[in-house]
Design a protein around this ligand. Structure first.
Ligand code: PNW
Length: 483
C-alpha cells in the first residue's frame, strides 16, 4: 500500500518551496528504498534489543577503565534516586556470555550495545589502552557465534571525566577527541566483523538534561547561549566521527547516529494538521536531526535564539551533515500538534493522559507511525532503524516466579502495529530494537525504573524473562505477521 501522498504531493502540502527542505545533503546520494511487501514487515527485517555500557556493564574499576562523568555524577549525593550508581549494574561485563544465550533463546537477530569511551582512553585522549577493547571483542565474537548481528553505539553518554574537567562539550577539543576515539574503535571492531556503527545516542537528551537543566551528568545548567554553542560542538563531534569511522574502518561498514526526535502526531488527518506535524518535526528538532540531515539550522531556530544563536561556519555545517548510511530513531512517546497561524501549535498534555511508570513517558504509540513517516517524507533516508522503543513498568515477581508485565505487552504490541503502519506508508524501517534487553541503571532514576523485557534481581543478578519477552519472541518468530 502506498502512502497518502507522493513525495511531490507531500512537498506541495508542506507549502511554499522555501519551506520544503532541499533533499538532505547527507542522504541525497542514497537510492530510494525498495518497495515493501504487502505484509508491511519486509523480509530481512532485523529484530533486536538495546543496552548501553554504563547502564548494564558494572566493573567500573576493571581493565584500567577511567572515570566517566556518570561515575562522578552518580556518586554525588542527591543526584540519583536512592543514591544508586552503575558500579555493578547488571554485571554484564562478567555475565555477557549467559546474556547472549538469553538473546539467542529469545530469537533476537541483532543486539545494540555501546562502548565505554573511558575503557579505551581512560582520560579521553592520547594513547589507547591495549586491553581496552578486549571485552567488546569477546562480546562481538560471542554474538557472531550465536548468529546475532552487533550494532555498536560509540557514545552513549559516558564521557571521560578528564575531558569534563577541561570543559566537556563546551570545549571544541572534545569533538576532536571523540572523533579520534571513534575512528580507533571502529577500526578495531570493524576488523572483528562489526558492520554497523552509530556515532552517538540522543544528542537532545544528553545536551538538554546534562547542560540545560542538570538532571543528568555532568549536572550543569549553563543557560541558553552556552547550551546552543555546546550543542553545535556535539554536532561537530558527530560529523567528525562519521568521517573518522569511514577513514579507519574496514570496507562496507554502515554509519549512522541514534537520535530521539520529538515525534509530532497530527491531531486530525486533515491536510493542514498533517502539514503542521511535518513543520513541527523539522522545527522542534532544528538543533539536532534537522541540522544533521539538512546541513543547516532553520531560520526559525536562529531567529528564536536571537543573540544566543550558535556561531558556526559553512564548513562546519558541511562536516555536521556528512553523509550517513542509516538513521537510528528512538521513539517512546508523542507530541500532539495541529495547524495554527505561523505553522503549527504544540498541544498541552492533559494531566490524566495515560502514562507508564515514568511520568514523562505517556502511552502514545502513534509516535511509531508518524515519527518514522515524517522523517522519511522530509529527509528520505535510505535506512531507518528504530534503535530504541519501550517502557518502564512497576514489575514484580509472582509467587510462581513470573513477571506478568501486561502493560508492557500492550505498549509494545501497539507500538509495533504503528511501526507497521509507518512501513506501509513508505518509511524505510529495516530493524527494531526494544529498550531494553535487561532492567538496568535508568540514569537519574537509578534502579527504581525497570525497562527490560528481562527482569533482573539486583540482589543476586538472576535474570527472568518477563511475559513481554515471550510476546516479543513469538512476534519475532512470525516476523510480525499478527501486527
Ligand atoms: C533514553 N526523558 O533516554 C536513552 O537512550 C536510554 O539510555 C534510556 O534508558 C531510555 O531512553 C529510557 O529512558 C532518555 O526524560 C532518558 O525525556 C530520559 C528522557 C528521554 C530519553
Amino acid at each position: 500500500m502506498k502512502g497518502f501522498w507522493t513525495r511531490r504531493e507531500f512537498a506541495r502540502l508542506l507549502g511554499s518551496a522555501a519551506a520544503v527542505p532541499a533533499v538532505s545533503q547527507a542522504l541525497a546520494e542514497e537510492k530510494p528504498s525498495e518497495p515493501h511487501g504487502p505484509d508491511g514487515i519486509p523480509a530481512g527485517f532485523l529484530w533486536g534489543a538495546a543496552t548501553a555500557s554504563y547502564q548494564v556493564e558494572g566493573a567500573v574499576h576493571e581493565g584500567g577503565r577511567g572515570a566517566s562523568i556518570w561515575d562522578t555524577f552518580s556518586h554525588t549525593p542527591g543526584k540519583v534516586q536512592n543514591g544508586d550508581t552503575g558500579d555493578v549494574a547488571d554485571d554484564f561485563f562478567h555475565r555477557y556470555r549467559d546474556d547472549v544465550q538469553l538473546m539467542k533463546r529469545m530469537g533476537l537477530q541483532a543486539f545494540r550495545f555501546s562502548v565505554a569511551w573511558p575503557r579505551v582512553f581512560p582520560s579521553g585522549s592520547g594513547t589507547p589502552l591495549v586491553q581496552g577493547l578486549d571485552f567488546y571483542k569477546k562480546l562481538v565474537d560471542e554474538l557472531h557465534a550465536n548468529g546475532i548481528e552487533p550494532f555498536c553505539t560509540l557514545y552513549h553518554w559516558d564521557l571521560p571525566q578528564a575531558l569534563q574537567d577541561n570543559g566537556g562539550w563546551e570545549n571544541p577539543d572534545t569533538a576532536r577527541h571523540l572523533a579520534d576515539y571513534e575512528g580507533y574503535v571502529a577500526g578495531e571492531l570493524s576488523r572483528a566483523g562489526v558492520r554497523h556503527f552509530f556515532t552517538m545516542n540522543e544528542i537532545r537528551t544528553f545536551a538538554e538534561l546534562g547542560y540545560g537543566n542538570g538532571t543528568h551528568a555532568p549536572g550543569l545548567a549553563v543557560g541558553r547561549k552556552r547550551l546552543a554553542q555546546l550543542t553545535h560542538t556535539i554536532l561537530m563531534g558527530h560529523g567528525l566521527s562519521v568521517q573518522a569511522i569511514r577513514a579507519h574502518s574496514a570496507t562496507g561498514v554502515r554509519v549512522g547516529l541514534c537520535e530521539n526526535p520529538v515525534a509530532p502526531v497530527p491531531a486530525t488527518l486533515e491536510p493542514e494538521d498533517v502539514r503542521a506535524a511535518a513543520l513541527a518535526m523539522r522545527e522542534e528538532n532544528a538543533a539536532y536531526l534537522t541540522a544533521i540531515l539538512e546541513g543547516r539550522y532553520t531560520e526559525k531556530y536562529l531567529r528564536r535564539l536571537e543573540d544566543d544563536a550558535p556561531r558556526f561556519t559553512a564548513d562546519e555545517m558541511r562536516t555536521i551533515s556528512s553523509p550517513l548510511d542509516a538513521v537510528g530513531l528512538n521513539f517512546y512517546t508523542s507530541t500532539y500538534v495541529r495547524s495554527a497561524p505561523g505553522g503549527y501549535e504544540v498541544l498541552p498534555t492533559p494531566s490524566d493522559f495515560p502514562h507508564t511508570a515514568s511520568t514523562w513517558l505517556t502511552v502514545s504509540p502513534e509516535c511509531m507511525h508518524w515519527g518514522p513517516r515524517l522523517v522519511q517524507e522530509l529527509w528520505q533516508p535510505k535506512t531507518i532503524y528504530i534503535t530504541e522503543n519501550g517502557c518502564s513498568a512497576a514489575d514484580t515477581m509472582t509467587s510462581r516466579g513470573e513477571v506478568l508485565d501486561t502493560g508492557r505487552v500492550m505498549y509494545l504490541r501497539n507500538c509495533l502495529g504503528q511501526m507497521r503502519q509507518a512501513i506501509r506508508n513508505g518509511a524505510a524501517v529495516k530493524g527494531y530494537f526494544v529498550w531494553s534487553l535487561l532492567d538496568n541503571f535508568e540514569w537519574a532514576d537509578g534502579y527504581s525504573k525497570r525497562f527490560g523485557v528481562v527482569y533482573v534481581d539486583y540482589g543476586n543478578q538472576t535474570r527472568t524473562p518477563k511475559l513481554s519477552a515471550q510476546f516479543y519472541s513469538s512476534m519475532i518468530a512470525s516476523n510480525g505477521a499478527d501486527l
